[in-house]
Design a protein around this ligand. Structure first.
Ligand code: ATP
Ligand code: MG
Length: 560
């Protein structure tokens, strides 16, 4: 899919907006969208799709996009999540118009509108228990029944609602419901709850309220207050749209927003639900919300994904109304494409094997210059020292070489990338019989030249053992062993956690130029993949996360 430039992704929302603009149906002529996260966890890649759609759409049509926290469930929400979400949106490169907004900013207005509905005979306080309410609600095939409290007078409802607000009732004693139709085929219209009692401290409004509006009551009205022209959400809200419209039609709201639904993003080999991701964090299956294995935006960032790669990915997948599962390989293709063009090259030996160059003086150093990027001269050159003690990758040596071996073997020669050709003269083993060191000789005539009279097997990467940077390398694999960890009827997603999703290599060494590499900088370690500096790095130790391998390993896994 890296050829996505040639594929025109569909975005039906843009088609709607273009039509609305052409027909002058956009109030004020300016498109206003919003991204409305609930601050009850960190954002994941699915949210990135929504962010790119909402902010991207506003940008495309010279409109604006609001960041509004949909904070109507105080017990589950926190400032930590608010800060993390705002940071994710900023990092992706989007700017919201004005200040951060909160549904809680509108609690006063929403309350007034609830009172208005009561006055119009369109809302009532119901004192059924939660259990009874469920029974009265009916089912998809049977209509519901009216609550015995449905005919309370306006005065009584006003008084009870006021007492709810004043904290005179306990949670669950009563709720305020819209009075619509208990027989409506759409369950959402069967007198939905619009206010409930929650004696909880709110991260924004403090202890001012002990009643909180429901999502359905708050959302459309908040859109109306903000003059949102296109309220874009995921398909599971399609059945809520009639209710969204009912409130907008039955309240004296200042604008008439419209809701449009698109298919949520699902990715294979992971889960995209804040609730499930929260469990992974709480149960310590991962190191935190930003663990590089997590499909969270902060996890992807730490893994080494760039904002551009995530935005490109969201562009590639398009916006439609049909649900599907996107291959993780597509997300990886997006980051590979970005880093292939933009990440400087470097060498790092992850599992080192000692190589001693017997004919090179101890203490001597000979420097080689290599391009930082093979296709981009503007990135300049990097310098690597050749010394007597070198390190190569353990897997680049085979005592008994397989057929077509392109690396080092006893008696054979290889080129050390960007420097000399060496020949393996002697293999040293420990008592257990493992190879611990190779004694090699270098050919001084091979600096920038082919050897005469023999042919090296191939080219391998290397670093100087005497002059390189110690580092830790963290290799990541899929978080789940199943493509659809949520798809099993008997076992829940925990059963499919991959016990080998993280491998930590502590003996690695990178070329000396990386000594001062800063957190979040990206490199291609030649032959190994793309890596990014983790923020766990300090003076004594650099830590690299492997963002992605050089080639698509997912396709192989899935037997393509
Ligand atoms: P989750 O189930 O992960 O908690 P959510 O829908 O409850 O997701 P919100 O914070 O309410 O999370 O979502 C903010 C916005 O992001 C909503 O408009 C929602 O429709 C959208 N969104 C959430 N998940 C996805 C997804 N997988 N793909 C696209 N958009 C999404
Ligand atoms: Mg939600």
């Amino acid at each position: 899919m890296s050829k996505h430039e040639t594929v025109k992704p569909t975005n039906f929302i843009h088609q709607i907006i273009e039509k609305d603009l052409a027909e002058q149906k956009v109030a004020g002529g300016q498109v206003i969208t919003r991204f409305p996260p609930e601050p009850n966890g960190y954002l994941h890649i699915g949210h990135a799709k929504s962010i790119c759609l909402n902010f991207g759409t506003a940008e495309k049509y010279q409109g604006v996009c609001h960041l509004r926290f949909d904070d109507t469930n105080p017990e589950k929400e926190s400032q930590e999540y608010i800060d993390a979400i705002a940071e994710d949106v900023r990092w992706l490169g989007f700017k919201w118009a004005g200040d951060i907004r909160y549904t809680s900013d509108y609690f006063e207005q929403l309350h007034q509108w609830a009172v208005y509905l009561i006055e119009q005979g369109k809302a009532y306080v119901d004192s059924l228990s939660a259990h009874e309410m469920r029974e009265f609600r009916g089912t998809l095939t049977e209509p519901g029944r009216n609550s015995p409290y449905r005919e309370r007078s306006v005065e009584e409802n006003l008084e009870l609602f006021e007492r709810m607000r004043n904290g005179e009732f306990d949670e669950g004693d009563c709720v305020l419901r819209a009075r619509i139709d208990m027989a409506a085929p759409n369950m959402n219209l069967r007198d939905p709850v619009i206010y409930r009692i929650r004696k909880a401290h709110h991260h924004q409004s403090g202890d001012k309220w002990c009643i909180y509006p429901s999502y359905d009551f708050a959302h459309g009205q908040s859109d109306a207050i903000e003059g949102i022209t296109h309220s874009i959400c995921t398909l599971e809200f399609e059945d809520h749209r009639p209710l969204y419209d009912w409130f907008v039609e039955n309240l004296p709201v200042p604008a008439q927003p419209r809701q449009y639904e698109f298919a949520r993003l699902n990715l294979n080999y992971t889960v995209t639900s804040k609730r499930k991701l929260k469990l992974l964090v709480e149960e310590k299956h991962v190191a935190g919300w930003d663990d590089p294995r997590m499909p969270t935006i902060s996890g992807l960032r730490r893994r080494g994904f760039t904002p551009a790669s995530i935005r490109n990915f969201c562009e590639m997948i398009g916006v439609t109304r049909s649900n599907g599962i996107v291959d993780m390989g597509m997300l990886e293709a997006a980051i590979r494409e970005d880093l292939d063009a933009n990440a400087p090259r470097a060498m790092c030996v992850t599992r080192p094997l000692k190589v001693t160059i017997s004919n090179f003086d101890a203490g001597a150093e000979e420097w080689f210059e290599l391009p930082a990027h093979p296709k981009d001269e503007s990135m300049g050159l990097r310098k690597v020292p050749f010394t007597r003690n070198l390190l190569i990758e353990q897997e680049d040596f085979a005592e008994e070489k397989p057929r077509k071996w392109k690396r080092l073997a006893p008696g054979d020669a290889v080129r050390l990338r960007g420097s000399y050709v060496i020949t393996c003269d002697e293999v040293i083993k420990d008592e257990a019989g493992s190879v611990v060191e190779l004694i090699c000789s270098y050919d001084p005539a091979t600096r920038g030249e082919n050897p005469t009279g023999y042919k090296p097997n191939g080219v391998i990467h290397w670093v100087s053992a005497d002059n390189s940077v110690p580092c830790e390398v963290r290799l990541y694999d899929r978080l789940f062993t199943e493509a659809n960890p949520d798809g099993d009827k008997e076992r829940d997603f925990h059963a499919f956690l991959n016990p080998e999703s993280l491998e930590v290599l502590t003996e690695s060494r990178a070329e000396i130029g990386l000594k001062h590499a800063v957190a979040e900088s990206h490199y291609q370690f030649e032959r190994l993949g793309y890596f990014s500096v983790d923020r766990d790095s300090d003076e004594s130790r650099l830590v690299f996360n492997r963002t992605v391998t050089l080639r698509d390993s997912w396709a192989k896994i899935q037997g393509k």
